[in-house]
Design a binder for this molecule. Structure first.
Ligand code: NAP
Length: 483
């Protein structure tokens, strides 16, 4: 008797119901024993007035089943709602987004024959996608890019473990550590440390812009690429274009307890209900789900039936061949079902193993320090006064404070004291760096409150950042032009 699995199935919006139904039919036809629990999320739910887009019953179903297959969810623009996709990823802490990009026999692209076989392992819950945004002033917006040591360690270990589970030999880490030394730099430093624990796998760091360039120039050089959230989002869409488009780009959101499988693409509303869309990306997400459930034989059956359909039978959907001669979504689905059991001669069997999920300490204070200090503050203000005028006012305001004004910057560039000849364009928002007058003297909260009271009659302030020092290392960046 085959093992029975229960899976939450979210058909989703737009083309979602068509592509998930195709996937469900093909998976069922392999003979695996899956009980599908159909759940709602997305546009319909938003329209009913539920701001999260994910009803309680759907959350309960995923909690019970631990595994979900999800169609794309539309994010209505202009309603002020958060994306239901991002809500689901965060709610179930599916911190790893695994996105394979492989060449398909039968799909002709400018890269055909080069053997593209990349997996992007994208951090899924941190970075700019935490969506913590504020207007600093009427004219300047801010988005916080939060990256944790724990988050880096989890995604990097997952990338190495995933590489092992598929017998892959190389992991690149793509970051912008040269510019964002604290955030992207944390990812790079963590990668370099953790890589030493996986001596069987070759490891390299690459700057993300060069990674994009190399992916277009010579994509076959990559195996696994681990990266931060936004980098991974962009690189994986780029990668999908190399192998035939979003119709062929599957994905898995993996966490310690829950996994949600979904394609990279969205709800493509203009194709909804037309029976023309390519269901392969969701089908391959379903294949990843089968491997996750330990159903390796069923996964292999579908892989081979798909390749036979594409390469041997040349049954192709509209996105590949255009309107003339294209198979409809249902014809394509039936062709794959008809080919279940046929092996494709060039199928590359990877000898898959289950992923060994990395064990990471749960402690909140994941990084402990023995010494800490506060060297000053960055005070973010709004003003339309000329820089020299408000700088003098701030210097006077700080006269009786334990801190002095060191410099003022506008969007990261020093504007006071001004650099000779430099004329950066100004906005109404500035960051004013105040540092302790006495070197090696800690700034206290009372000093900060005192300074704020003195400053407040001259400029509007929106927030402060403490200039923390941890174990003797400054925990803040310098502005461009700051000495
Ligand atoms: P999209 O739905 O991915 O569609 C963009 C284009 O990609 C389509 O117009 C089509 O290209 C092609 N495409 C997408 N899926 C395809 C498939 N299965 N087969 C063949 N071609 C496919 O992106 P979007 O139009 O930017 O977003 C629409 C909605 O989806 C938005 O509300 C967005 O927020 C949401 N979204 C959801 C997810 C998710 O649920 N994970 C992800 C991304 C976007 P052609 O026009 O060239 O035919």
């Amino acid at each position: 008797m085959p093992q029975k699995h229960k899976v939450s199935l979210i058909p989703g919006d737009g083309i979602g119901p068509e592509v998930t139904l195709a996937t469900q039919k093909i998976i069922d036809a392999t003979g695996v024993n899956i009980e599908w629990e159909i759940c709602e999320a997305g546009a319909k739910v938003f329209k009913k007035g539920l701001g999260t887009g994910v009803p309680r019953e759907t959350v309960d179903s995923i909690i019970r089943n631990k595994v979900a297959l999800k169609g794309p969810l539309e994010t209505p623009v202009g309603f002020g709602e958060k994306s239901a996709n991002v809500t689901l990823r965060k709610m179930f802490d599916t911190y790893g987004n695994i996105r394979p990009i492989s060449e398909f026999a039968g799909i002709n692209t400018p890269y055909s024959g080069r053997g593209i076989d990349i997996v992007i392992v994208r951090e899924n819950v941190e970075d700019l996608y935490a969506g913590i945004e504020h207007m600093q002033s009427p004219g300047v917006a801010q988005c916080l890019k939060l990256i944790s040591r724990k988050g880096c360690e989890k995604i990097i270990r997952l990338a190495f473990e995933f590489a092992r589970s598929e017998g892959r030999k190389m992991v690149h880490c793509a970051t912008k550590a040269n510019i964002m030394k604290a955030t992207e730099g944390l990812m790079k430093r963590t990668f370099e440390e953790i890589a030493k624990e996986y001596p069987d796998i070759e490891s390299h760091h690459i700057i993300v812009d060069n990674c994009a360039h190399q992916m277009v120039k010579k994509p076959e050089q990559f195996d696994v690429i681990v990266t931060t959230n936004m980098n991974g989002d962009i690189l994986s869409d780029l990668g999908s274009a190399l192998i035939g488009g979003l119709g062929f780009a599957p994905g898995a959101n993996i966490g310690d307890q829950f996994s949600i499988f979904e394609a990279v693409h969205g709800s493509a509303p203009k194709y909804a209900g037309k029976n023309v869309i390519n269901p392969t990306a969701v089908l391959l997400s379903g294949v990843m789900m089968l491997r996750h459930l330990g159903e390796f034989e069923a996964a292999k059956l579908i892989d081979n039936a798909l390749l036979t359909t594409l390469a041997a039978d040349k049954v192709l959907t509209r996105d590949i061949v255009g309107d003339t001669g294209a198979a409809s979504t249902t014809q394509y689905t039936d062709a794959i079902i008809g080919n279940l059991g046929k092996m494709y001669s060039e199928y590359k069997d990877r000898n898959y193993h289950p992923i060994k999920m990395p064990h990471i300490r749960q402690d909140q204070d994941f990084v402990r320090v023995s010494k800490r200090g506060v060297n000053g503050i960055d005070l973010f203000i709004e003003t339309d006064k000329p820089v020299v005028q408000f700088a003098k006012e701030l210097e006077l305001a700080a006269a009786n404070s334990t801190m002095k004004l060191k410099m003022i910057s506008s969007r990261g560039v020093r504007v006071y004291p001004a650099e000779q000849g430099a004329t950066p364009d100004l906005t109404d928002s500035f960051s004013c760096r105040f540092v302790s007058k006495e070197i090696h003297t800690d700034v206290k909260d009372a000093d900060i409150i005192h300074l704020l009271q003195k400053v407040e009659p001259h400029v509007r302030w929106s927030h402060i950042e403490k200039l923390n020092e941890f174990d003797g290392v400054a925990g803040y960046s310098k502005s461009h032009g700051e000495d």
